[in-house]
Design a protein around this ligand. Sequence first.
Ligand code: SAM
Length: 253
Amino acid sequence: KLSRRLQLIMEQIPDGSRLADIGSDHALLPVAAVEAGRAIKAVAGEVNQGPLQAAAKQVAEAGRGEYISVRLGDGLAVISPGEVDVITIAGMGGSLIASILNEGQDKLSGVKRLILQPNVGEDLLRRWLLDHAWVLVSEMIIEEDGKIYEILTAVPEHSSPLRSNEELYRERSWKAGEASGDVILSRELLIRMGPWLLEQPNEVFVAKWQGELVKMEGILKSVSSSKLPSAAAKARELTEEMKQIREVLACLQ
Ligand code: SAM
């Protein structure tokens, strides 16, 4: 049975997709996606031998070898251009996911949807998507086994059904500003917190940002006691960010 995290990722895959799951480990996601009819065929990519063998075993045991190709390789090197229309990359840091996308840009041209689940560094990934004309169409935040996960789904800007990145971020900053009286969130903070998560925050989102505030307070303390010339500016910046985060949280509660 899939974890709730993998189940939610799977639910973002449109029916009948050609899927590549990069860093597939046990290939649980492609096997479940094929069984659910969400993927008509899939590639399970792995850079490491151990997980590759686990993936091959899982696919064979599920009897889905005809539909799922298990391949050894780094990132998007395992697929050819135009081969898939959906890519999932889950369970890694945001900077690793961003570098996999960056290195594999020549493989992204026919891809209609990216479903990404960074364990940390979500902001780096949102920044990469923004810089490469991918528009977020959904964001989820969940807690499982005491860990918080975010699931980001993006489509190419030219095919975005709703809006461009500029519209999305402008709209969100205005809405957050309206909801909280006079706070207009900075672009930086929108990228850190997530434009869709801010639109429909849940208790996990609030818990995450309360935790972040605690961490930031610790950093502010050490910055404030530092004698480095840049310390004062850094402290001001942190204080302003914390103020904005507090105001966002205050209007959610
Ligand atoms: N995607 C699965 C999930 O979310 O449950 C497995 C996540 S597992 C923690 C991360 C996997 O990514 C590992 O099996 C690792 O070998 C693989 N991996 C790391 N870097 C990779 C890369 N550059 N290309 C392909 N796979 C990679």
